[in-house]
Design a protein around this ligand. Structure first.
Ligand code: COA
Length: 423
């Protein structure tokens, strides 16, 4: 089954009527509840849960307002949380339109809900199911939910409780070690990464220590970025992010850019190098070369997707030891690249780019599998990567390869001063 292309996003006011109708229809069609039962009215009342919880919808890529499925994410203590403990969020009312079943819509909804849960800092995700919800059970099992019989409960019927926990995240320092800035300066324990504006990952400040005077420290960071001729950028959302920093950046008008999910998987199941699964290249006339430095062809493919100048980019991309994988077509042109950087027992995958004309032919999957296999052979036990929360194609690819959300952070970017026109 190839999953139907859908986009999962937060429901808007305009979606809620259809969300409610769809949810009630899905439960009634499956015989889970009678049409005139009080719970059917609650399922239909998506407007109420939109006020008290986060409602996600799956829609076709062209959107157009048609809802294919929905799930509700209830914070602990909210009216829609039945069993969530303080550090958990609860998934409720997963429903897919009967006409859109067996196409992976529910799986994409649950994956998106797990990312949202991790994004709000939940340590666990909990849900209650009925024994009769068999197809949902297979899905939850596949995604790593575990039965918690000691938490089962009953109202009119017995509800089975399942929980999911995010994998351990590498943390900002491990992440930064795989993509260090060409120059960094310490400001009161904050690491100010200076890269002339080449990639936010290198050219951002890790403010991972409390400071006595936040405005003064931010002033000093801004001064350093002015010298570097780049806007000041802070990474926020880590448990260690300095208290008071986000309020200070809000007051200075910093925008939020690139909400980023850190995805993690173990390497135990990675296929051995050279195996058919590791190559898994759909186009048979594509070969993969691996080097420990990027050549010009590798950089060209990466930069075509990123924009930016070659010279500073080479310095940034080669800042830590790494393997550089490139897939070459029969005519000798490179069609896809990937970088794999080891640190401790991790490997960080980054820079995955497939040239637009070669997409959807299995290259992204093949290069990622090859990198995992190589990293496993060299001693890595787990892999992580960072992907923007809106990059649906990449999220689908990585999720299908077993990556799961471990953490979410965002960059805050200094506003560009408006030129004084004198009028
Ligand atoms: C994301 C990207 C690397 C995928 O490369 P690709 O070679 O097209 O991916 P594959 O052909 O290996 O696809 C594997 C799976 O990923 C998912 N996928 C890939 N592209 C997708 C898209 N546009 N929409 C939805 N799902 C997609 C599908 O599940 C696909 O499996 P399927 O074809 O059997 O349905 C490519 O779109 C790209 O280069 N994007 C720009 C750079 C980027 O976003 N890099 C990732 C940075 S973290």
């Amino acid at each position: 089954m190839s999953p139907v292309p859908v986009v999962v996003r937060r429901a808007t006011e305009a979606d809620l009527r259809e969300v409610g109708d769809l949810t009630a229809r899905a439960y009634v069609t499956d015989g889970l509840v009678d049409p005139d039962h009080w719970y059917t009215a609650e399922l239909r009342d998506a407007a109420a849960r939109g006020r008290a919880a986060t409602v996600l919808v799956a829609v076709p890529p062209d959107d157009g307002g048609r809802v294919l499925g929905t799930i509700t994410i209830a914070p602990a203590g909210s009216p829609y949380a039945e069993v969530a403990r303080a550090d958990e969020v609860e998934l409720r009312m997963l429903a897919v339109d009967p006409a859109s079943r067996r196409q992976g819509v529910a799986e994409q909804l649950v994956h998106a809900a797990l990312r949202e849960a991790v994004g709000v800092g939940a340590h666990g995700v909990v849900l209650s199911t009925l024994d009769s919800m068999r197809s949902a059970h297979r899905l939850y099992d596949r995604l790593g939910f575990v039965a918690r019989p000691e938490r089962d409960w009953s109202d009119e019927i017995t509800m089975r409780v399942l929980t999911w926990h995010p994998p351990e995240a590498p943390g900002p320092l491990v992440e930064a070690a795989t993509w260090p800035p060409p120059r960094s300066v310490d400001v009161d324990g904050w690491r100010v990464g200076l890269s002339g504006g080449v990639t936010r990952r290198a050219g951002s400040t890790l403010a991972l220590a409390p400071v006595a005077d936040v405005p003064r420290a931010v002033d000093e960071v801004e001064r350093l970025y002015r010298e570097d001729e780049a806007p000041a950028v802070f990474r926020v959302g880590d448990p260690q992010t300095a208290p008071g920093l986000v309020d200070e950046l809000d007051a200075r008008g910093y925008t939020t850019a690139a909400v980023t999910d850190v995805l993690v998987r173990g390497l135990d199941g990675a296929p051995p190098v050279g195996s058919a699964a590791a190559r898994d290249v759909a186009a048979p006339d594509v070969s993969v070369r691996v080097a420990d430095a990027p050549d010009d062809a590798w950089l060209s493919v990466w930069l075509a997707g990123k924009g930016g100048a070659r010279a500073p980019s080479r310095a940034v991309v080669t800042g830590a030891p790494a393997l550089y994988l490139a897939a070459t077509a029969a005519d000798g042109t490179d069609v896809a690249v990937l970088r794999a950087a080891p640190v401790d027992d991790w490997v960080a995958l980054s820079c995955l780019q497939v040239v637009p004309a070669a997409r959807r032919s299995g290259l992204g999957r093949a290069l990622t599998l090859q990198a995992l296999a190589l990293a496993g052979q060299r001693g890595a036990r787990r892999a992580f990567l960072q992907v923007e929360a809106g990059n649906g194609a990449a999220l689908r690819l990585y999720t299908a390869l077993g990556f799961r959300p471990a953490h979410r952070y965002a960059y805050r970017v200094q506003p560009v001063p408006q030129a004084d026109t004198g009028c």
